[in-house]
Structure formats: structure tokens, C-alpha cells
Design a protein around this ligand. Structure first.
Ligand SMILES: [Zn+2]
Length: 204
């Protein structure tokens, strides 16, 4: 039981603890969410619990692009209108949502599911890099956009991938500067993202 809820009933303390494990949820927010649910109608709590379970049961990763999906291949990979000659490499599935919102990208994606971070013991072998190479060796792709975040790990990952992809004779590009440095792609506004895509530059 967390020390900030010494007097809470056990089920309450347990829910606070579970909320507290979520990213961005501090002890105070965990308490607030828990007490909100305590007062909420039964159906609302049921719907939340059901949605959480369903996401774990029904959602898998696309076997082509590694995006989260409930169909395989995902809707983007299956869409014949998309430009299959461009692959945009992103860190997380949320980045795809951001780029799709910008409405200015019509190619395919590849989700790495992380970035290279020696501090956290994460190397290329922990990311979906082999899967990316496999796709590229299949042919038909002329450009890879490295859309990792503009921070230390994101840049390092982009540089690593560039070294790996160059010999394959592809055009390798990086989103234009103008994205706030250190910020996550998912928080960039649509116009900034659209401009960053438009102004993408070849990595040398
Ligand atoms: Zn896919």
C-alpha cells in the first residue's frame, strides 16, 4: 500500500496504486481518478475496465509496419491509395497518429517501438530494426524518412539507421528542423509537422 494512502480501504489503495503506475500519473492524480470512479455510476467503471481489457485482448502489432492494430495488416498498410515507395520511420505508434493528423503524409510507416538509449540499456537489437531491413530488402521503396524525435536519443537513432540504410542506395531523409528541439513528435501541432515533412532533407 502506498504511503500516501495510509487510511484508505484496501481496494481503494490498490486502485490508487495501479493508476500511479501509469505514465504521467502522480500520487495526487491517482487519488483523484480513484475517488472519481468511486462516485461514478457502475456502468462507467465497467466501460473503463472493459476498454482496458479489450485493448489487451484484441489489439496486436501489424506484421508489416509494427503499428498497433486490430486487423493484420493494419488499415494503413492495407490501403492501396498509399504511396508504397516511402516509409516513414517513427518511435511509437502515437507518432503515426500525429503524422496522420497533419494530413500531409501518404506513404507507409514503420514503428521502431523505442529509441537507442545506452543509458537505459536499449540497443538496436531491442528495436524493430531487423523488421525494417527486411521490408526494404523486399524492394519497391525509394525513400525512408527518419522521423524519430528531435532529442538526443532520437538523433542518435536516426544517425544509426542512416549508416545502416545508406548502402542500400535509398534516399534517406530527416524531418526538417523547426520541430521544437527535445519535444516529442506527438505534441507537435499539425502545421509544424506538415512543414517539417515538406521541408525534409537528405541525411548526409
Ligand atoms: Zn501496418
Amino acid at each position: 500500500m502506498p504511503e500516501f494512502t495510509p487510511s484508505a480501504a484496501a481496494p481503494v489503495a490498490r486502485l490508487i496504486q495501479e493508476f500511479h503506475k501509469l505514465p504521467g500519473v502522480g500520487p495526487k492524480s491517482a487519488q483523484r481518478l480513484t475517488y472519481y470512479l468511486l462516485r461514478a455510476p457502475q456502468e462507467e467503471a465497467q466501460a473503463l475496465a472493459q476498454a482496458i481489457l479489450e485493448v489487451k485482448e484484441k489489439i496486436a502489432f501489424c506484421t508489416i509496419c509494427e503499428n498497433v492494430t486490430d486487423t493484420d495488416p493494419c488499415l494503413i498498410c492495407a490501403d492501396s491509395q498509399r504511396d508504397r515507395s516511402i516509409i516513414c520511420v517513427v518511435e511509437e505508434p502515437l507518432d503515426i497518429l500525429a503524422l496522420e493528423r497533419s494530413g500531409s503524409y501518404h506513404g507507409l510507416y514503420h514503428v521502431l517501438h523505442g529509441v537507442i538509449s545506452p543509458m537505459d540499456g536499449i540497443g538496436p537489437e531491442d528495436l524493430k530494426v531487423e523488421e525494417l531491413l527486411g521490408r526494404l530488402k523486399g524492394g519497391g521503396v525509394s525513400e525512408v524518412i527518419l522521423a524519430t524525435n528531435p532529442n538526443l536519443e532520437g538523433e542518435a537513432t536516426a544517425m544509426y539507421l542512416n549508416r545502416l540504410l545508406r548502402p542500400l542506395g535509398l534516399r534517406v531523409t530527416r524531418l526538417a528542423r523547426g520541430l521544437p528541439t527535445g519535444a516529442d513528435l506527438e505534441y507537435a501541432d499539425d502545421l509544424t509537422l506538415a512543414r517539417a515533412l515538406e521541408g525534409r532533407q537528405e541525411v548526409t
